[in-house]
Design a protein around this ligand. Structure first.
Ligand code: TXA
Ligand code: MG
Length: 320
């Protein structure tokens, strides 16, 4: 029997009983548990096979709940929350003492966001506790943007995937930390840097080693298909090098005309970066299931969501 269901009350019941439920958000599906249940939070790490030193994002129903999670809200954090919540932005702020160490991996900061999905907002409002939710994929693999992706990963280990359809934005939230009272980008994501800068002025992008070498979204190899994947700005050249193999192609807007290509996905024929981002992981899941010898992905333009897509593609292709 499928574990995919639209039953919000069942989800609330499972979560109130220390169980896990995969929840829809506008970015990707999350693997959710009660932040105050040690049992549920441990189960999140176990189910994902995620190392305990990697902290989780706390999901709250509204900006009003922020003060119960964080102890200090810098002026620019307030501006960002007002501008983008509910939405695809996570902020890392000083935590309240009530936030368990398991959630924050012992740090004195906590990552928090108000997701923008009507079903999950309804669920969060019905619960008396916030939800910890990392992306609902095994550690290091491609994040899920459809209920079926989660079901394939976890049908034997979790009780329910709360069905909210395909995720509208399709890549993870943009994570913003603070140095003193100044925002800095920790992880590129579904909210474009240009939109953030329109609200708070120029922001720096910190590379992973400056923040935390072990943060999973920041690892060199992450979001990765099992099929060997290449990222290039010269697809024909890489096709030529791998002649005779079963090749899958992932491109932005322009079809590659080459008879030796086995499978090809065009992310947005109109050249719309939001559409491309929303389809990216589904295309990666799809190509990864076709028993190809390799996947060749095209480099995106380096602005707006193109920057975030390139970040994910780079990590998908990294081989150490
Ligand atoms: O869109 C999203 O953000 C999705 C949905 C489900 O909300 N969640 C998600 O969670 O992508 P996850 O666990 O896959 O990525 C969370 C990232 C990790 O890289 C983690 O290291 C970082 O957030 N993080 C969490 N708490 C942090 C903290 N206190 N300081 C720095 N980084 C933190
Ligand atoms: Mg993740």
């Amino acid at each position: 029997m499928s574990i995919i269901s639209k039953d919000i009350q069942q989800a609330a019941k499972l979560l109130s009983n220390d169980q896990l439920v995969a929840i829809p958000t506008e970015t990707v599906y999350g693997l959710a548990g009660n932040i105050y249940s040690e049992k549920a939070v441990k189960l999140i790490f176990e189910t994902k096979k995620r190392p305990f030193f990697n902290p989780l994002i706390v999901h709250i129903p509204s900006i009003d709940a922020l003060e119960s999670i964080v102890s200090h809200i810098p002026e620019k954090a307030r501006l960002l929350a007002d501008a983008f919540w509910p939405g695809s932005m996570t902020m890392v702020l000083k935590k309240q003492t009530c936030i368990p160490d398991l959630i924050t991996a012992g740090k004195n900061t906590v990552a928090v966001r108000v997701p923008k999905h009507p079903i999950t907002l309804e669920l969060l409002k019905a619960l008396s506790f916030p939800l910890a939710a990392p992306s609902a994929n095994p550690f290091g693999s491609i994040s899920p943007t459809k209920p079926e992706h989660v079901e394939r990963y976890f049908k034997d280990t979790i009780g329910q995937v709360l069905d909210g359809g395909p995720c509208a934005n399709g890549i993870e939230s943009t994570i913003i930390g603070f140095e003193g009272n100044e925002p800095v980008i920790y992880r590129l994501g579904a909210l474009a840097i240009e939109d953030i800068e329109a609200v708070v002025g120029k922001v720096a992008i910190r590379n992973k080693k400056e923040i935390s070498p072990d943060a999973p979204g920041m690892l060199d190899r992450h979001y990765a298909p099992t099929t060997q994947t290449f990222l290039t700005d010269n697809i024909s050249e890489v096709i030529r090098i791998h002649g005779g193999k079963r090749i899958g192609i992932l491109v932005f807007k322009t079809e590659v005309n080459d008879a030796s290509v086995t499978s090809q996905i065009i992310l947005s024929k109109e050249g719309d970066l939001s559409e491309a981002a929303s389809k990216l992981y589904d295309a990666m899941h799809d190509l990864d299931r076709q028993e190809l010898d390799l996947i060749i992905a095209e480099q995106f333009p380096d602005y707006g969501l193109g920057k975030s897509i390139n970040d994910r593609l780079k990590r998908a292709t990294f081989r150490s």
